[in-house]
Design a protein around this ligand. Structure first.
Ligand SMILES: CC(C)(COP(=O)(O)OP(=O)(O)OC[C@H]1O[C@@H](n2cnc3c(N)ncnc32)[C@H](O)[C@@H]1OP(=O)(O)O)[C@@H](O)C(=O)NCCC(=O)NCCS
Length: 383
C-alpha cells in the first residue's frame, strides 16, 4: 500500500536551509539587512582598527577582551602549539606536492587528532586545549606545505613574532614589514567568525554527534574548500590574473554573465546590500597594493566590481578584495583558502564549544521522493 506522506507546513522542504534558524550563538551577529558584522557585540571595523587576531580569538573564546596579563598568557599558550612534531612533518612530506593545499590541510588536521592521545575525550575543557593546538599549528602546516612544494625546507616558527607576522615569515622566509603584518592580521580578524556559515554548520553537526574537535574541524575544512564557500577567493584571484589588464575586465565579465556563469567573489546568501568585510578589504588592498607598487590587480578588481554592479546590482563579498591582499602578501592563489581556514579555526572552535555546552543532535529530515512498493527481483529476472 502506498504510504507517501504530504509534508506538513512545519516539515516543508527549504532548499539550502535558506532562512532557517538552526542554532543560537553569542559569537557573531551577521546583520544582513544593515550590512554589519559584530563579534560578541563589537563591530568588526573597530576590531580591525584597534585589535589583533590573538585578542579577537580570546574575545571569541572567552566572551570578553583580555587584560594585558591574560593576553600575554594567551599568546604564549598559542605560540607553544606552533611547532610541528618530527612525525607530523615526516607525514606531511609524504603528501604529494600536486595535492591541493586545502586537501593537505584537511589531511593534517585529521592527523593532529590521530597524534593526540586525548583526542577522543569530549568536553569543553578538552576542546579548549585542542582549539589552542589547531589554531596555533595551522599556519605552520600551511607554510611548511608551501615550502615543500617550492622545493625548500620548512621554516621553524619564530616565538618573537605575532601570529600574523610568524605566518608570513614561515611562508616567505623573510620577516614581514609592519604593513604586511597589519594586512594579514586584518584578514585573520575579518574572517574569524561568521554566524552559521556552511563550514561552521558542518562543524556543529559533527560536534552534535559527540564527536571530537579534530573531527569537527576536519569536517569544517572539507566544507570550506568548495567554491561556493571558501574557495571563491582562489578563483577570484585566478580570474583577476587571467583578465590581466583593467581594459580587458568589462569584456571578460560580460562574457561570463552572458554565459550565465557566476563571477567569483560576488553575491552572498545573507548580505544582499553590502558585505562589511568587503569594504574593509577594499581599503586594505588599496593601501597595501599602492605601498607595494602593485596596483594592476586592484585596478582590474575595480573594473570587475563596476561591471557587476552596472549589470547585476550584485555587490562583492569578502573573497573579492581580499584576493589581491593575499596575493601581494605572497600567498599563491591555491593557498588562499588555507589562510581563510587559519582564521576561521578560531570561530569553528568557539562554535564547537558553544555546541557542546548546549548540545542536541542535529538531525533534519529528508522528504522522500523515490519509488514506493518495490520488490526484490532475482538476478535471472532483471532486465
Ligand atoms: C554566495 C552565493 C552562493 C550565494 O548564493 P545564493 O544566496 O544561493 O544566491 P543564488 O546563487 O541563488 O543567486 C541569486 C541570483 O543572483 C545571481 N548571482 C549570485 N551570485 C552571483 C555571482 N557571483 N555572479 C553572477 N550571478 C550571481 C544568480 O545567478 C541568481 O540569479 P537568477 O535569480 O537570475 O538565477 C552566490 O552568490 C555565489 O555563488 N557567489 C559566487 C561564489 C562566491 O563568491 N562565494 C563566496 C561567498 S562569501
Amino acid at each position: 500500500m502506498p504510504h507517501s506522506k504530504e509534508p506538513t507546513s512545519a516539515s516543508r522542504l527549504i532548499k539550502g536551509l535558506e532562512g532557517v534558524v538552526a542554532a543560537q550563538t553569542s559569537l557573531s551577529d551577521v546583520d544582513g539587512a544593515n550590512g554589519r558584522l559584530l563579534y560578541r557585540g563589537m563591530m568588526i571595523g573597530e576590531l580591525v582598527e584597534k585589535s589583533n587576531f590573538e585578542e579577537v580569538t580570546y574575545l571569541l573564546w572567552f566572551k570578553k577582551l583580555p587584560t594585558a596579563e591574560e593576553l600575554e598568557t594567551f599568546r604564549s599558550t598559542l605560540k607553544a602549539q606552533r611547532p610541528l612534531s618530527d612525525l607530523a612533518l615526516r607525514i606531511l612530506k609524504l603528501i604529494p606536492t600536486t595535492t591541493h593545499p586545502m586537501s593537505a590541510l584537511r589531511t593534517m588536521c585529521s592527523l593532529m587528532g590521530s597524534l593526540d592521545p586525548r583526542a577522543h575525550i569530549v568536553n569543553p575543557e578538552e576542546s579548549q586545549r585542542k582549539a589552542y593546538h589547531l589554531t596555533g599549528i595551522f599556519p605552520t602546516i600551511i607554510a611548511a606545505f608551501h615550502r615543500l612544494r617550492e622545493g625548500e625546507k620548512p621554516i621553524q616558527p619564530d616565538p618573537d613574532l605575532s601570529h600574523a607576522a610568524n605566518f608570513l615569515y614561515m611562508m616567505n622566509g623573510v620577516k614581514p614589514t609592519p604593513e604586511m603584518e597589519k594586512a594579514l592580521d586584518a584578514y585573520l580578524i575579518l574572517l574569524a567568525d561568521h554566524g552559521l556559515n556552511a563550514s561552521t554548520f558542518a562543524a556543529r553537526v559533527t560536534t552534535g554527534t559527540l564527536s571530537n574537535l579534530y573531527s569537527a574541524a576536519t569536517s569544517a575544512v572539507g566544507t570550506l574548500s568548495g567554491e561556493l564557500h571558501g574557495a571563491a577567493n582562489q578563483y577570484a584571484m585566478e580570474m583577476i590574473l587571467e583578465i590581466g589588464s583593467p581594459e580587458k575586465a568589462a569584456a571578460y565579465v560580460n562574457k561570463l554573465l552572458d554565459e550565465k556563469k557566476k563571477v567569483m567573489g560576488f553575491g552572498h546568501r545573507i548580505y544582499k546590500t553590502r558585505d562589511p568585510r568587503a569594504e574593509a578589504f577594499r581599503a586594505i588592498a588599496k593601501d597595501l597594493c599602492v605601498k607595494a607598487g602593485k596596483t594592476t590587480w586592484l585596478e582590474i578588481a575595480d573594473e570587475v566590481e563596476k561591471v557587476m554592479w552596472e549589470r547585476k546590482k550584485i555587490p562583492c563579498n569578502v573573497d573579492f578584495f581580499s584576493a589581491p591582499v593575499l596575493y601581494v602578501l605572497g600567498f599563491p592563489p591555491d593557498f588562499f583558502t588555507t589562510v581563510f581556514a587559519a582564521s576561521r579555526i578560531a570561530g569553528w572552535s568557539a562554535h564547537i564549544i558553544e555546541q557542546q555546552l548546549d548540545n542536541r543532535l542535529i538531525r533534519p529530515m529528508a522528504e522522500y521522493i523515490g519509488p514506493q512498493e518495490q520488490y526484490y527481483i532475482p538476478f535471472e529476472q532483471r532486465k
